[in-house]
Design a protein around this ligand. Sequence first.
Ligand SMILES: [Ca+2]
Ligand SMILES: [Ca+2]
Ligand SMILES: [Ca+2]
Ligand SMILES: [Ca+2]
Length: 630
Amino acid sequence: MKKQFFLLIVVTSLFVSGIFATSVTRYVSPTGSNTPPYLTLGTAAHEIRHAVSISNSGDVVMVDDGTYILSTDIVITKGVIVSSINGSDVTIVDGNNSVRCFYLDHVDAAIEGFTIQNAKYLGGFGGGVNINNNGTVRNCTIKNSEARDGGGVALDNGGLVENCYIYGNTAIYGGGIRLLNGGEVRNCVIKGNTTTNYGGGVNIWNGGKVKNCVITDNTGPHGAGIRTRNNGLVYNCIIYYNNGDNYEVDGSGYHYYNTCTTPALPGTYSTNSISSVPLFTDLTPGSEDYRLQSTSPCIDVGMNFSWMNTVLDLDGNNRIVNVIVDMGPYEYSTPLPTDTDGDGVADVDDDYPNDFDRAYNNFYPAGGFGSLAYEDLWPGRGDYDFNDLIIDYQFKTVTNASNYIVETYSTFVVKAFGAYFKNGFGFQFANNNIAAADIVSVTGYDLQEGYIAIEANGLETGQSIPTIIVYDNAYNILQHTGTSIGVNTEISAPYVTPDTLNILMDYTQNTYSLSELDLPNFNPFIMVDMVREIEVHLPGYHPTDLADQTVFGTVDDDTNPANDKYYKTVSNLPWAINIPETFEYPIEKRDITAVYLKFAQWAESGGTLFQDWYKDEPGYRNNSFIYTHN
Ligand SMILES: [Ca+2]
Ligand SMILES: [Ca+2]
Ligand SMILES: [Ca+2]
Ligand SMILES: [Ca+2]
């Protein structure tokens, strides 16, 4: 990918310059038919040099995976780009320990994405590659090669080596790289090279620049890391852990800028350099990693150059992070938190780290269960013991990374019903923001009595606001023991373990928000004694479309839709309550106003006084009338 990106830039610039009317792409592959002019992989040349020799400036030679063992070097003296298709790991050019691999001499000649190895040119310049005057080597690994000058690469009078690994090469002058009278090397790791004389890693003779390289573990008697003679310039390099002197200078005009090496560079030929330990990620032999640790002194202390705006670092990341370039070929950036499922929510924040479609659990109530308590003799006040249904509830709504609702798991725990009546329970959404058709399915309800009609998706039929009936007869939920009114409201009667119903609501995806669902304003109600039309709601909440409104305003009920008053007595006492915690409810036939001593004041004040009336505070309740069990 990175390789093709570079290639595109070069090719495009050739077109823009108008020098070449057309660009021909030729192919090289071990499995081609070796048929000129090699315009497809099927007719690809077997040898790179044959495709190069019939190419013209502006052409591109693409090289398929394979190991290409040379008997003579590949000479590129035209503006031809020779690139691997799939990168240096799988595209190998091998000098067979007998020949140099590449010779470049043209300003637009380039080789990209190869491993170049086992080259040998003891007679002169460049074991792996010799760049003479001009040419570019990019994204290559050049290793185990040998020459008199520049075992890996020799640059004479110019040229560019960029984003390469230079490993284990040998020469008399410049084991890894030799620069003579110019040229530039940047963003490279130059490691484990050997000279028998000058510059184990790099030797600069009469001009040449090295920028943002790690030069390490090289060996030689004069500048094991680098030797800079006459106008050798070094920028943003880390020259450390070489087997001998990290650097040696000779002649005049050499200078080191923003470089990390030891011993400390003298101020006479150094600017902004440091000698601190660079803090590489790993120095374990065999698994060395020259990326910088977060605390490295080499971060954000380099000298910026304009080429850094377009050239990536050796990992293919932005060359400049945090305004100032780092020393060495790898730019440090704060690691992004892990996001295993790639939904944009970091694992640490993702309640579903392996599920792209889900990210967050949202609970209502947030802290645990809320509870509802009902009186079922509406519109009469009845015994007002508020235990005709005691049910705990909690909603868990799952949202995705874009904060749209996915589904809601509703938990209803039926704890008690002190009622002769066979009551049902359900709830209506707070509004009709969510179209009924977008509630894909509702599951988990218990409907056995036949008086509830539901749609295919599980919503109740005939409702303009989505409505879910959780069960239609409490006696089907908790087994009656035969010894009392209802279940779990008389201390003398056997205790029945509460039963939990789990209602799952699935929504159309990526459509609705949690606030549109508005669970805090959900509208729960009971249906009395299997008469669908008799609904008892929380005070102030509206009936559903199926309620018999002719009952409003009869007996003790003072409901008056004209005044928006619903399910309250004249003095504002309710028939249902909703509290944000588990409710310690009255035993059978005990009027709640005699059990919770602040209840009447709370209700009659419209909820302004004693908002904590249900707490066990001094003077708040008569504990002898509260249900307990063994
Ligand atoms: Ca930086
Ligand atoms: Ca995630
Ligand atoms: Ca997720
Ligand atoms: Ca009761």
